[in-house]
Structures are given as structure tokens and as C-alpha cells.
Design a binder for this molecule. Sequence first.
Ligand SMILES: Nc1ncnc2c1ncn2[C@@H]1O[C@H](COP(=O)(O)OP(=O)(O)OP(=O)(O)O)[C@@H](O)[C@H]1O
Ligand SMILES: [Mg+2]
Length: 233
Amino acid sequence: MSIKLENVTKIYQAGEVETVALKNVDLEILEGEVVVLLGPSGSGKSTMLNVCSGLDNPTSGTITIDNEVISEMNSKQLTKFRRDNLGFIFQQYNLLQTLSVKENVEVGSEVSNDPFMVEEIIEQVGLTPNIDKYPFQLSGGEQQRVSIARAVVKKPKIMFCDEPTGALDEENAKEILGVIQKLNETYNTTVVLITHNPSISVMADRIVKLNSGEVVEVIINKDKKDAKEIVWG
Ligand SMILES: Nc1ncnc2c1ncn2[C@@H]1O[C@H](COP(=O)(O)OP(=O)(O)OP(=O)(O)O)[C@@H](O)[C@H]1O
Ligand SMILES: [Mg+2]
């Protein structure tokens, strides 16, 4: 699925204080594209991801995913749209601690009408030997792979990733990025990935740089690299 932002502004109001987190953003993300969002802390990256994915409403402007204007949907419509089409990975894994790997992934598959096979996705993220373990028995990288499997099992059309490797060491981070890349290549899943680490942008089709809520640069990456080849910054 493609994502189109037209003149999107997001203003947060906290008491007397107004923060303009996004300012007149125009951007189109194509189906099957890997877009990396880069920018300093507070530049509006998470806000952009949240409004793109319907987790939050823009203050003004339009967000369209394929032919659906999600910025005009009510919360019930949005919930259904997100459930049917979108996958999320965050820095925190948000796994259910009392459920095994398999059961955590089943939670993801149960919300879909047409999920992948749970065991197949667990295999793809390399967790078959750990399928009956509980989150506390796994490393950080393994836990993040469970959260990817849970997001992916429902066959999302778009994966939104907010600092998915922020809590991981280099080796685990590259593996996780490899899993996301493979998902994109295998299923043509659109990927929007936020990172603080500019070296990750080598795996993107396009790099979008944000500063103070504005898109300041869009770079087409002509020399897209495999996640394994990332030279960690
Ligand atoms: N719920 C909120 N209420 C008020 N202000 C907010 C809220 N969420 C974010 N902001 C403000 O909006 C701006 C953009 O925040 P955002 O979280 O999008 O930044 P970011 O680029 O994701 O930063 P980081 O790299 O630190 O995660 C910041 O100035 C932040 O303080
Ligand atoms: Mg953020």
C-alpha cells in the first residue's frame, strides 16, 4: 500500500504550551518502498509515524493510504483499518510475559482473517528452537524477533517501525533489520522505519530527513545494501 501526506500539520497542546510537531508535510511513500526517517530527537519522527498509521490524528491536512482517506475515519473505522492492514514494531517489545513465543505470535494471527501460518513465521524469524519459551527466557534480539513475528503474521501491507533496534547491540540489530528487509522483499510490504542511526539508511530506497517538524531533505538511495552490509556508526 502507498501512503500520501498532504499538507499535514500536527500541533500538540499541553496546557498553555503549543508544540508544532509537524509543519505542512507533503510526502508520498510508494507501495513496496523502504523509507527510513532520520532526524534529531524531537524533530517529529514518531509523530509522523503515528499520524501516518492512524495512531494519532493530524491537526490539519490529509493522509491517504491507497484510496482510503484515513485522516477522515472515525476511531472505529481506524481500528479496523489498522488491524487489517498495518503492523507495528517499537523499541520496547511489548510481549505478553505469561505467553510463550508461539502464543504471543498467535495473538497477532487471531486478529487477521487471512494470517500466515504461525509456525512458518516463527521459522522465518529464526525462533523455531525457542517456540515454547517465555519472553524472560529470551535475549533482547530474540524478543524483538517475536514482536516482529507477531506483527508480520497477520500479513500487514505496511510495517511501521519506530526505533526497532534502539535497544539492541549491533549484531542483533542487523539481524532484525535483515528480517524486516526480507519481509519487504518477499511480500512487497511497505516499510517505514525510524532510526537515530544514519548508517541504517543504506538499506532504504529513500531517506527522509526531518528537522523541527519539516521534511528538509529526501534522498533517493541508488546503492541499496543488504542489512548485513551495514557499517554500524
Ligand atoms: N503527546 C505529546 N504532547 C505534547 N507534545 C508532544 C507529544 N508528543 C510529542 N510531543 C512533542 O512533539 C515534538 C516531536 O516529538 P516526536 O516524538 O515526534 O519526536 P521524535 O523525532 O520521534 O524524537 P525522538 O527521536 O526523541 O523519539 C517534540 O517537541 C515533543 O516534545
Ligand atoms: Mg520518537
